[in-house]
Design a protein around this ligand. Structure first.
Ligand code: FAD
Length: 446
C-alpha cells in the first residue's frame, strides 16, 4: 500500500496550501481532487466572480464618462467573449496551481477520496492508501432550495458557463453571493428580481450597510422583495415562474438559487463527528474526532473565506511538520467584502455587536456623494462608519459602502489588528483628495 506523511483531500484554497507547505518542509505528500485543482475560489468563486463584477461595472463607467467629456458609445455586451475570457484565465490559474503542486513533488490523485479510519484513505476506484496524517479540506456546496421545482434552479457554479445572458433572472437569497450576482446581472443588462425571506439583506453586516446597499439596488431598478419566501418553481413553455408564499408569480428565464452554502463533509465517510449543519467538528488545532485526521476551511463551517482556509492550511502543515510551535491563527480581526455594486467592506464589530458587548461606544458616520459623482451626474454615494469603544478609545469597527471599499478596508484592517485608537486615526495626516481620507477626518458622532 502506498504510504504518505500527509494526505490532503480537496485541492482548494486550504488543501493546496497545506500540501505545498508540508512538502516544502520535507513531508511526503499526496492530494486528491475530484474536480479541478484550485477549488471553489479559483474555479467557481472569488476569481471568476470578481472578473464578472469588473465586467458588469463598465456600463455605468461609460455613462459617467460622458460628464467628463468622453463620448463612449456602448455597442452592447458580448457575453460569450466575457465567459470564454474568464474560462481561459481560470484554466491558466488551474495550470499554475497544478504546476506548483508538481514542482513541490506532491502526488496528485485526480479522483474523489474519503476517510476510512486507521490512517487509511479510500480513493474513488476502490484503492486504499495510508497516511500518518490526513487533512480534509473539501470546502462547501450550494444548499438545496427544498421546494417543489427546485430542480429548475441553477447555482452560482453554473453562471460561469451560461450559454447566453438571460433577459430576466430571479435570484433567491439575500447573502453576499445573491447580492454579488444581482449586481453582475444588472450591470450586464439583465432584469433582476431578488427574493429574500429575511427582513434585511446581508445578515451579519452592519445595519447601515445593509440598508444602503438595498436602497442602491432599488434605485438601480433591481426588484428587491424582502420577507418573501419562495414556495415553488414551475417550468413554463419558455422560462420559469417562481411563486412566493403570498401567491405572487415572478416569470423569468433563469432562477438562481443563492440561499447559502453547506459544509461538504461527504469525505468524512461517516467516520468523523459532524455538527448539526454537517460541518466537521474540530478542536482549536483543527483536529477532528479521529486521531491523525484534521479538517480546515469551509468544511468546518467557521469563516468561509479563502484567506482563512489558506491560513489554516499553512498553520496546520507547519505545526505537523515544522519546528514552529506558534499558536493557531486568530481570526478575531478578519476583513470581509461584498462585491456588490456599490461595494461593501467591513472589519471588526458592527454597531449592533459593539452596543451589545461594550458598555459605551461612539459611532462616527459619513454619508456623502463622492467628488466624481457631480460631474458624472450619477447618484453614487459613499457611506463610511467608525465604531469606537468609548472607554479605551479603541476603534473596534470599520465599515464602508462605496467604490474601492475592499481596498480601503484591507488597509484599515492593519490598524485594527494593532489596536488603533480614534486619537491615532485623528493624528494621521489625510491624503487629499481621496475618499479614504474621510476615515481620518471624522469628527461628527452620534
Ligand atoms: P474549496 O476551495 O472549496 O476546495 C475544496 C475542494 O475539495 C474542491 O476543489 C472540491 O472539488 C474538492 N473535494 C470535495 N470533496 C472531495 C472529495 N471527496 N475528494 C476529492 N476532492 C474533493 N471567499 C473570499 O475570501 N472572497 C470572495 O470574494 C469569495 N467569493 C466567493 C464567491 C462564490 C460564488 C463562492 C461560492 C465562494 C466565494 N468565496 C469567497 C469563498 C471561498 O471560495 C471559500 O471560502 C474557499 O474556497 C474555501 O476553501 P477550502 O479549501 O475550504 O475549499
Amino acid at each position: 500500500m502506498e504510504a504518505f506523511d500527509l494526505f490532503v483531500i480537496g485541492a482548494g484554497s486550504g488543501g493546496v496550501r497545506a500540501a505545498r507547505t508540508a512538502a516544502a518542509l520535507g513531508a511526503r505528500v499526496a492530494i486528491a481532487e475530484q474536480s479541478r485543482v484550485g477549488g471553489t475560489c479559483v474555479i467557481r468563486g472569488c476569481v471568476p466572480k470578481k472578473l464578472l463584477v469588473t465586467a458588469s461595472r463598465y456600463r455605468a463607467e461609460a455613462s459617467d464618462a460622458v460628464g467628463f467629456g468622453w463620448n463612449l458609445e456602448a455597442k452592447g455586451h458580448d457575453w460569450s467573449a466575457l465567459r470564454d475570457g474568464i474560462a481561459e484565465e481560470v484554466g491558466r490559474l488551474e495550470h499554475l496551481y497544478r504546476t506548483g503542486l508538481d514542482n513541490a513533488q506532491v502526488t496528485i490523485f485526480d479522483e474523489s477520496a474519503s476517510v476510512e479510519g486507521n490512517g487509511r484513505v479510500r480513493l474513488a476506484p476502490g484503492r486504499t492508501v495510508w497516511a500518518a496524517n490526513i487533512v480534509v479540506a473539501t470546502g462547501a456546496m450550494p444548499s438545496p432550495l427544498g421546494i417543489p421545482g427546485a430542480e429548475h434552479c441553477i447555482t452560482s457554479d453554473d453562471v460561469f458557463g451560461l450559454p447566453h445572458l438571460p433577459a430576466r433572472v430571479v435570484i433567491v437569497g439575500g447573502g453576499y453571493i445573491a447580492l454579488e450576482f444581482a449586481g453582475i446581472f444588472k450591470g450586464l443588462g439583465t432584469d433582476v428580481t431578488l427574493l429574500h425571506r429575511g427582513p434585511t439583506v446581508l445578515r451579519g453586516f452592519d445595519a447601515d450597510l445593509q440598508h444602503a446597499v438595498a436602497a442602491a439596488y432599488l434605485e438601480q431598478g433591481i426588484q428587491l422583495r424582502l420577507n418573501t419566501s419562495v414556495r415553488s418553481i414551475e417550468a413554463l413553455a419558455r422560462g420559469y415562474r417562481v411563486t412566493d408564499q403570498a401567491g405572487n408569480g415572478f416569470d423569468c428565464e433563469l432562477v438562481l438559487n443563492a440561499t447559502g452554502r453547506l459544509p461538504n463533509s461527504m469525505a468524512a465517510g461517516g467516520a468523523l463527528a459532524l455538527d448539526q449543519t454537517g460541518a466537521i467538528v474540530v478542536n482549536d488545532r483543527y483536529a477532528t474526532s479521529m486521531e491523525g485526521v484534521y479538517a480546515i476551511g469551509d468544511a468546518i463551517g467557521q469563516l468561509n473565506l479563502t484567506p482563512v482556509a489558506i491560513r489554516q492550511g499553512q498553520w496546520l502543515a507547519e505545526s505537523l511538520f515544522g519546528a514552529s510551535q506558534s499558536c493557531p491563527p486568530d481570526f478575531g480581526v478578519t476583513p470581509t467584502a461584498v462585491f456588490s455594486t456599490p461595494e461593501i467592506a467591513s472589519v471588526g464589530m458592527t454597531e449592533h455587536h459593539a452596543r451589545a458587548t461594550l458598555p459605551d461606544i461612539t459611532v462616527y458616520r459619513a454619508n456623502f456623494r463622492p467628488m466624481r459623482a457631480s460631474l458624472a451626474r450619477s447618484r453614487e454615494r459613499v457611506l463610511m462608519k467608525l465604531v469606537v469603544d468609548k472607554r479605551s478609545d479603541r476603534v473596534v469597527g470599520l465599515h464602508m459602502l462605496g467604490r474601492d471599499a475592499a481596498e480601503i478596508i484591507q488597509m484599515g484592517a492593519i490598524s485594527l489588528q494593532r489596536g488603533i485608537t480614534k486619537r491615532e486615526f485623528d493624528r494621521t495626516v489625510a491624503l487629499h483628495p481621496s475618499v479614504a481620507e474621510e476615515f481620518v477626518t471624522m469628527r461628527n458622532h452620534d
